[in-house]
Design a binder for this molecule. Structure first.
Ligand code: 26V
Length: 817
């Protein structure tokens, strides 16, 4: 591939030339944004050369292709990772330096596409990077939201949401693919008729929204393989007719246009409960239908019109149930458009679609009111109804009279369409995202289905791309590892384990500590610049960064900090390892309690600042607008990783893996992938506390837990909780945190309060923190633990995850050339 490997000189000349041609300026005159555009375009040219080759390869090899459908892709910035995958970071850094430009100033100019809430969206992004790097043929498919998740500001200790208009300056990486524009239909009514002896279903009086695809090339690491991320944008087929301006129709037309284009306007923030909003259903169907139409079009172009071969050439993976309308939509296309019979179509669907579940939280499971589906998607509703009828027939034969079981397993029950049931019944694979999560799915969430079709169920533990989450975000550590064990681990991340013996090497440990200190200084500099906050890099850096949810138990952390504060304030002789507690978390705008938790954390932070002695040992920093870019600075600086979810609730977690890889030691529950992390590093290199998941599940079943018993016996905890409401935190208004306080002590709907066992696990958490604090004082011991964590993190590379999906589910061939 000599044509794609630019050397330093040609990079320099290309950038100079682009600034000249695009802007008519010299490098000295150009703004940072103009320079960013020129550099991005240079990188893109390199990728596009590979993309052409990759498309040729695909035509030649005619291999099966994966379509990974996800309503969220939390990509983060692309430029540096693209350079890294082109193996030319050095060339670009030097070329820019010779032009008098610091590459970091260029990278900062890129807007971050924040098209996801958290773990599920970031997982999809890591998967794309691994798919391309492993030479697997795939296309990511999603919605091109004009506004990503909101930007967060903290004003007077409270979250304020601002719109995230990431497309304001355009997106340097995407190309519209006008020729693949297609129509998606909504509303109307279905007419049935018999044509040539065959029943036909024609929808009339529907309205049309156009789906326009924008492709973003995803280049693999040091390979020619490039896979597209296809983002669908909604456009009205109506054009503003200025001729009708005078007739007043202009206003109506512009309203209709706005309504159609609202579909890809904004990403839904994830709330406390799943909400069946009409616009959301439109979003899901819109991008799913457009994707499926494209899949069939491409299949026919490549392989002809025999759609029975679809499962040999196509696998459609749905990331949670959000793209689950792929099931009835594929049925519709095969039957109504391609003329297949029901049974044939159903068989094709069942051999083509695979589904991953990402949560066991009942209130998060997606369901749609029948009336809504009926109104918006009348033909789809007919198909869902028929799928349900046939399914229930079969179940009735298998479990005659067992109405309860059939209701639990039905696609349609109690006036709702249950997306998970439809996805399980109609796919060939259902997988959980960690070993524990896979077990809970089989034993509890989908117990009935596992009895009937056990062969479908599996668990594949999540992963993270080590290219972004180590090589790109932690160049210091990457350099040290290269100097120590070479660079074979970059292609085979499990070889990071060759570092393990170096945990006993004092010189290596010191070098490791030096890198960590530099990363802490980098974070400190960012905080000073962005938030005007000063942190002391000699303090221990302790981080909890993830979405704000009660089940993730930021409260446990916050209450513990308040207890530490009280120990300092009440006892002049008390000392502890100085520590900064960082929080990074967005609360859904409608999730009141989550927002109150942010207020609680910020109030504790202020309380500590006002206390001269506490301030010397304790600090709380709420990092504003936690996103991929700030995670890339925050995680490499962390020494402690807080993973506190109530056991059984966190399906996997992926932040836990990122922290571990960067040498942070975990304090956490036996939940999700924490279980597997603890197995990798061994119990001596992790702080495990709290109830185990089976105990938690028993306690939920028995309704036996009463938090009041703990409140009454644990003095330190009682004092901290009382401070929530006695004016200590909010002197002028003691009632601010009333609801939060009550949620821990008083129940609703049969529970006695504290639904996530914060009080129950507090004692055990506090003991684990005590051990951690003492161990940190022993520098050698601590560094050994940290090194061991990095050394054993290779298995959590998403390359391993993707290889496993491919072996167990997709069966794709690697592109050979
Ligand atoms: C949504 C909701 C909304 C209603 C109330 C509770 C709740 C709980 C979780 C969710 C998220 C659903 C999907 C999701 O993002 N799951 C995350 O997926 C990650 C990737 O597999 C995984 O690491 C996280 O543990 C899991 O929470």
């Amino acid at each position: 591939m000599p044509a794609t490997s630019f050397d330093k000189e040609s990079i320099k000349n290309t950038i100079i030339g682009k600034v000249q041609r695009y802007n008519g300026l010299t490098i000295e005159e150009a703004t940072p944004q103009q320079i960013y555009r020129a550099v991005a375009s240079t990188v893109r040219d390199q990728i596009m050369q590979k993309y052409m080759v990759a498309r040729e390869d695909r035509k030649k090899c005619r291999q099966k292709r994966l379509y990974y459908l996800s309503v969220e892709y939390l990509m983060g910035r692309s430029m540096y990772c693209n350079m890294l995958n082109l193996v030319s970071t050095k060339e670009y850094t030097e070329a820019l330096a010779e032009l008098g430009i610091d590459i970091r100033d260029v990278l900062k100019e890129e807007p971050e596409p924040g098209l996801g809430n958290g773990g599920l969206g970031r997982l999809a992004a890591c998967f794309l990077d691994s798919l391309s790097s492993l030479d697997l043929p795939a296309m990511g498919c999603t919605i091109r939201y004009e506004y990503g998740l909101f930007r967060q500001k903290i004003v007077d200790g409270q979250q304020v949401e601002l719109p995230d208009s990431w497309l304001d300056n355009g997106n340097a990486w995407e190309t519209p693919v006008m020729e693949d524009t297609c129509e998606v239909h909504f509303g109307g009514h279905v007419e049935e008729m018999t044509v040539n002896g065959r029943q036909q279903y024609i929808t009339r009086d529907y309205y049309t929204v156009e789906a326009v695809p924008y492709d973003m090339p995803i280049v693999g690491y040091d390979t020619t393989n490039v896979n597209p991320l296809r983002m669908w944008s909604a456009r009205s087929p109506k054009k503003l007719d200025l001729g009708s301006f005078g007739e007043g129709k202009y206003v109506q037309a512009s309203e209709e246009i706005e309504l159609a284009e609202a579909i890809s306007k904004v990403l839904y923030p994830e709330d406390k409960h799943y909400e069946g909003k009409m616009l959301r259903l439109k979003q899901h169907y819109f991008f799913t239908s457009a994707t499926l139409q494209y899949i069939l079009k491409d299949f026919k172009k490549m392989y002809g019109s025999d759609l029975r071969k679809l499962p040999d050439k196509v696998v459609i993976h749905i990331n949670d149930t959000h793209p689950g309308m792929a099931v009835p939509e594929l049925m519709r296309l095969l039957i109504d458009q391609e003329g297949l019979e029901w049974d044939e179509a159903a068989q094709i669907v069942r051999r083509t679609i695979a589904y991953t579940n990402h949560t066991i939280m009942a209130e998060a499971l997606e369901k749609w009111p029948v009336s809504m589906v009926q109104q918006l998607l009348p033909r789809i509703w007919q198909i869902i109804n028929e799928l349900n009828r046939r399914l229930c027939d079969r179940l009735w034969n298998q479990f005659p009279g067992d109405w309860d079981r059939i209701a639990r397993m039905a696609i349609v029950s109690y006036d709702n369409v249950h997306m998970a049931n439809m996805c399980i019944a109609m796919s060939y694979s259902v997988n959980g995202v960690s070993r524990l999560h896979g077990e809970i799915l089989k034993e509890e969430t989908f117990y009935d289905y596992n009895l009937v079709m056990p062969e479908k169920f599996s668990a594949i533990t999540n992963g993270i791309t080590h290219r972004r989450w180590l090589l790109s975000c932690n160049p210091g550590l990457t350099g040290l590892i290269r100097d120590t064990i070479g660079d074979k681990w970059i292609r085979e991340p499990e070889l990071l384990s060759e570092l393990r013996p170096y945990a006993d090497d004092a010189a290596f440990r010191e070098a490791f500590a030096k890198v960590k200190l530099q990363n802490k200084e980098r974070l400190a500099a960012m905080l000073r610049e962005r938030q005007g906050v000063d942190v002391d890099p000699s303090f221990m850096f302790d981080v909890q960064a993830k979405r704000l949810h009660e089940y993730k138990r930021q409260m446990l952390n916050a209450l513990h900090i308040l207890v530490l504060y009280n120990r300092i304030a009440d006892d002049p002789n008390f000392t502890m390892q100085p520590r900064v507690f960082f929080f990074g978390a967005k609360a859904s705008p409608g999730y009141y309690r989550a927002k109150q938790i942010i207020r609680f954390i910020c109030a504790i932070s202020e309380l500590i600042e006002k206390h001269p002695r506490a301030r010397t040992m304790l600090k709380v920093v709420f990092l504003e607008n936690y996103d991929v870019s700030s995670a890339e600075i925050l995680i490499p600086a962390a020494e402690v990783s807080e993973q506190l979810s109530t056991a059984s609730k966190e399906a996997s977690g992926t932040g836990n893996m990122k922290f571990m890889m960067n040498g942070a030691v975990t304090i956490g529950t036996m939940d999700g992938a924490n279980v597997e992390i603890s197995e990798q590093v061994g119990m001596d290199n992790i702080y495990i506390f709290g109830m185990r998941s089976d105990t938690v599940r028993d306690m939920y079943r028995e309704h036996s837990y009463n938090p009041m018993n703990i409140f009454e016996t644990n003095q330190e905890l009682r004092k901290a909780m009382t401070q929530m409401i006695d004016g200590t935190l909010f002197p002028t208004n003691g009632a601010v945190l009333q609801d939060l306080y009550h949620s821990l002590l008083m129940g609703e709907w049969g529970s006695l309060g504290d639904n996530y066992f914060v009080l129950k696990d507090f004692g055990s958490y506090s003991m684990a923190q005590r051990r951690l604090n003492n161990d940190y004082e022993n520098r050698d011991k601590w560094l050994k633990m940290a090194v061991t964590n990095t050394a054993m993190s290779g298995i959590f590379s998403s390359d391993r995850t993707i290889e496993e999906y491919n072996e167990k589910i997709w069966h794709l061939q690697k592109t050979v050339r």
